[in-house]
Write a protein that binds this ligand. Structure first.
Ligand code: CU
Length: 262
């Protein structure tokens, strides 16, 4: 199997002037459950590694959970909230979801396209997050049929520091080659009660964006240097390239949870 293993890459021209990367969060704190639990899901658009500004989300186009091949529409469960970032506040969403049965829960969010004034483009980050109950695997490695998505080839809710994560980027179900995937972790603490990022974020940040590029089979691999919630944003991997007469970057985002192996 051919994979690329890339460390810190020098920012390319595409990112000149943008030191921070946008990431659509689809966050819940505990992703490996032993017992039934009501999940607190937070949907926030921001710059998690630099703890930068947060952006207003529009009403999402889709929000689903996939469990054992069945899809459940969670849009009606979304509640608008105001998210307090380190520097500003923005419109975000939250939802509660009760996990009862054992297995893999794949949450997927298709947000409304976001207009980025600085670049005069729209951004739509189609996002996946995973929760497992009782250690029973039931399809975390299966695509769920999004316009673009990252399919994990490493268990996304049980990654280890010093290990690697491999994903395959798909566009309309086919491998997407030569796609730049930006990599970040959630640096600030998250206050679930207050819907807020902490003001200070003491974790390290790299000198420039961490990037991996997909190979001919749409695959990328990243060595995980630190415990936490890590995100991959594969830019412009989706089939849609225009929204309301402007350029659209339709990205695939996936979140994993990494812990120390001990
Ligand atoms: Cu930004």
């Amino acid at each position: 199997m051919k994979t690329l293993l890339m460390g810190v890459a020098v920012a390319t021209l595409a990112f000149a002037g943008t030191a921070q990367a946008h990431f659509q969060l689809l966050y819940t704190p505990n992703v490996t459950l032993d017992a039934p639990e009501e999940l607190d899901l937070k949907l926030v658009f921001g710059h998690p590694m630099e703890n930068g500004h947060v952006m207003d989300m529009g009403e999402p186009e889709a929000f689903n959970v996939h469990f054992k091949g069945k899809t459940e529409d969670l849009l009606p469960t979304l509640k608008p909230v105001t998210w307090q970032g380190a520097h500003n506040e923005a419109k975000a969403y939250e939802a509660a979801y009760k996990v009862r049965r054992n297995g893999d829960y794949i949450f997927t969010l298709t947000p409304a396209p976001y207009y980025e004034k600085g670049e005069d483009i729209y951004i739509q980050q189609i996002t996946k997050s995973f929760v497992n109950k009782a250690g029973l695997p039931t399809g975390w490695n299966e695509p769920v049929g999004l316009p673009t998505e990252i399919v994990p080839l490493t268990k996304p809710y049980q990654a280890y520091v010093g290990g690697t994560f491999t994903g395959q980027v798909l566009s309309e179900g086919k491998p997407a080659a030569g796609i730049e995937c930006e990599i970040e972790y959630i640096n600030p603490a998250i206050d679930l009660e207050a819907n807020a990022f902490s003001k200070d974020a003491s974790g390290p940040t790299p000198g420039s964006a961490m990037v991996a590029i997909t190979d001919d089979n749409g695959m990328f691999t990243f060595g995980i240097p630190r415990a936490g919630t890590w995100g991959f944003a594969c830019l412009g991997s989706g089939p849609d390239t225009e929204h309301e007469g402007k350029e659209l970057s339709q990205d695939a985002v996936l979140w994993i949870n990494a812990t120390e192996f001990k």
